[in-house]
Design a protein around this ligand. Structure first.
Ligand code: HEC
Length: 215
């Protein structure tokens, strides 16, 4: 019980210290001689709680002044820093992805030696490409692969990409990504490149307006 009273009085002391309010009934002590049509004015001191808050804002403003105008901390730097951080995260992700799926990051390569081209020719038959492009690549449902006109672009990169991702929607050339391995798609693209300019039994008229003749 006595503890409570002590606590209370300590609290009251604190409040008194923080407000420095003049006691009621002692207004005369701080009454100024200002008198405006009977309205009088008390000369209260600034309450310490308010004053301390004001000092804190001054201290903070000095801190920011030094940081922004003397140090190099500002919004632009903060932005640049977070962009830098983001770039690092992306790089880390790519590095990780490269490890997990190395095949996604290696460029398709074109083989030119007979052994690989023979394998490509075999695949052209076994993977049913011939059904639409003819056994010799002269074309049928699908375009002639021996001329220098390409609908989707020539060169190993484009041809590999067409085999991987397919042709334009609804045209009949599907994406072979999931049914033919990357190495086999490279062999097929290499074989198709080797067909450039070859005479075929029943050549289909050239289609497409991208010119690429193997060079
Ligand atoms: C069902 C028929 C069909 C089959 C099977 C087929 N293709 Fe195609 N292919 C097409 C059609 C149709 C196009 C034209 C796509 C377009 O116009 O967008 C085409 C386009 C292409 C092109 C691009 C030609 C150009 O002018 O840009 C290549 C390369 C190609 N096929 C390779 C292959 C390979 C390799 C296979 C076997 C794995 C294959 N195709 C199987 C129908 C087929």
């Amino acid at each position: 019980m006595s503890n409570n009273i002590e606590n209370l009085s300590a609290w009251q002391k604190f409040i008194k210290k923080m407000t420095k309010a003049n006691e009621i009934g002692k207004e005369e002590d701080i009454m100024t001689d200002h008198d405006y049509d009977g309205i009088r004015e008390l000369d209260n001191v600034l309450p310490p709680w308010w004053l301390y808050g004001f000092y804190i804002t001054i201290a903070i403003s000095i801190f920011y002044y030094i940081m922004v105008f003397m140090g190099n901390y500002n919004q632009e730097k903060e932005y640049a820093d977070s962009v830098e951080e983001g770039k690092k995260e992306v790089e880390a992700w790519i590095a990780q992805d490269k490890k997990a799926h190395p095949e996604k990051y290696t460029e398709a390569k074109a083989y030119t030696d007979a052994a690989h081209l023979a394998k490509g020719k075999e695949l052209f038959a076994s993977k049913t490409c011939f059904a639409c492009h003819a056994v010799d690549g002269g074309g049928g449902i699908g375009p002639n692969l021996t001329d220098d006109k390409w609908i989707l672009g020539g060169g190993v990169k484009n041809i590999f990409n067409t085999i991987t991702k397919g042709g334009r929607p609804g045209k009949g050339m599907v994406a072979w990504e999931n049914s033919i391995s990357k190495e086999e798609r490279q062999l097929l693209a290499s074989y198709i490149i080797s067909l450039q300019g070859k005479k075929t039994a029943n050549p289909k008229a050239a289609e497409g307006d991208i010119i690429w003749n193997g060079k």
